[in-house]
Design a protein around this ligand. Structure first.
Ligand code: OSB
Ligand code: MG
Length: 373
């Protein structure tokens, strides 16, 4: 593969409803989209970084800087054959996984198109069973002003067909919320995501949740503290899942070695792309550790990538991959993703590559700045 041209777009889209977490409130979703052209094909990628560094140290601005000054100039030089080689080529930049993942996805898109495969088929090449056709999904619900409003929102999603909900928690908005959710929806698959808002000293709070039969508790402790999670795990019954802590394969190896979690949320962005995400999937599968695909309010470009990843055999738990209508009125990419109501799944695209098209009018309307290399 020789790369001919790269276009980088900074886009902003309004969310259907503000998304509130323990690290902040978001009305708009800023994203960087990359279009990589190679030998007549164009691949798309998305950078999931946020405007502020509340979830990760990376922001839209740092990703713009790392992409324009370092990654893109490097990618444009020389030749390579596989997405894995490109992933290695980007290793000279330490960290910045969200920036790297945007290029990585575009290269995977091109490689799949070149081979006449959907991205799911391309990623599933090492697996004899091939990709799943539909993947189980849930919905991630931000912090609402009251518990009552949260229950109404949950109810709305249930009537749309979602069978698993994730409730965001933060200190003061946790146990009572979880109890009310369990009381109101006795059979529902409910999980909580704290986004690192607690300390080990809060163990009593999590023990009080033991009886609620939650599917899992996601990243309760410090974003960088795998050790403290290993201390918490044997003290609670709810399965413990890591998100923020797992920024690459080595972190996953370490977490499993010290038994710091029961489950891993694999976000391709957070781990530097689909190549690394698949390695973590393989590791967890060999250890029988369940994994699921996380999200960061991606546009249709990133969501198509999430769906392809989630089609791999080790992804046995529902992903944070909701229908387009949960995020945006009108998305940049088409077709829209819809929920299959009867089984809370989304169908994995089957056209070559990502299987979505970026709509030029919508892209132009959402673009804040753009640069061509
Ligand atoms: O912690 O999983 C998270 C969104 C932005 C940043 C972090 C997280 C999230 C979500 C939303 O929970 C998941 C989605 O895209 O639906
Ligand atoms: Mg999370």
């Amino acid at each position: 593969m020789i790369i001919d041209e790269i276009n980088l777009y900074h886009v902003s889209q309004k969310l259907v409803r503000p998304f509130v977490t323990s690290f902040g409130r978001q009305h708009l979703r800023h994203a960087l989209l990359v279009a990589v052209s190679s030998e007549g094909l164009t691949g798309w990628g998305e950078c999931a970084a946020n405007e502020s560094p509340g979830y990760s140290y990376e922001t839209t601005q740092t990703a713009w800087h790392i992409l324009t000054e370092f990654l893109i100039p490097k990618v444009l030089v020389g030749e390579f054959e596989t997405p894995e080689e490109m992933s290695q080529k980007m290793e000279f930049v330490r960290g910045h996984p969200l920036a790297k993942a945007s290029i990585d996805l575009a290269i995977w898109d091109i490689a799949a198109q070149r081979d006449g495969l959907s991205l799911a088929q391309k990623l599933a090449e090492p697996f004899p069973e091939g990709p799943r056709e539909r993947v189980k999904v849930g919905v991630s619900i931000g912090i609402q002003p009251t518990i009552g409003e949260t229950m109404e929102i949950v109810d709305g999603y249930l009537s749309q067909g979602y069978q698993r909900v994730k409730l965001k928690i933060r200190p003061g908005h946790d146990l009572a919320l979880a109890r009310e959710a369990r009381r109101t929806f006795p059979e529902l698959q409910i999980m909580l995501d704290a986004n690192s808002a607690y300390r080990l000293a809060d163990v009593n709070l999590f023990q009080a949740m033991d009886e609620l039969e939650l599917v899992m508790l996601e990243q309760p402790l410090n974003y960088d503290d795998i050790y403290d999670h290993s201390q918490l795990k044997p003290m609670i019954e709810t399965p413990l899942c890591l998100d923020e802590c797992i920024t690459n394969l080595n972190k996953a190896r370490f977490a499993l070695a010290i038994d710091a979690c029961d489950i891993i949320n694999i976000k391709p962005g957070r781990v530097g792309g689909w190549t690394e995400a698949r390695k973590i999937h393989d590791l967890c599968r060999s250890r029988k550790v369940p994994v699921w695909v996380g999200g960061m309010l991606e546009t249709g470009v990133g969501r198509a990538g999430q769906l392809a990843l989630a089609s791999l055999p080790g992804f046995t738990l529902p992903g944070d991959i909701s229908a387009t209508s949960r995020y945006y009125q009108e998305d940049i990419a088409q077709p829209e993703f819809r929920l299959n109501q009867h089984d809370s799944t989304i169908t994995v695209p089957t056209d070559p590559g990502l299987g979505v098209q970026v709509n030029p009018k919508r892209l132009a309307a959402a673009t804040i700045r753009q640069v061509t290399f």
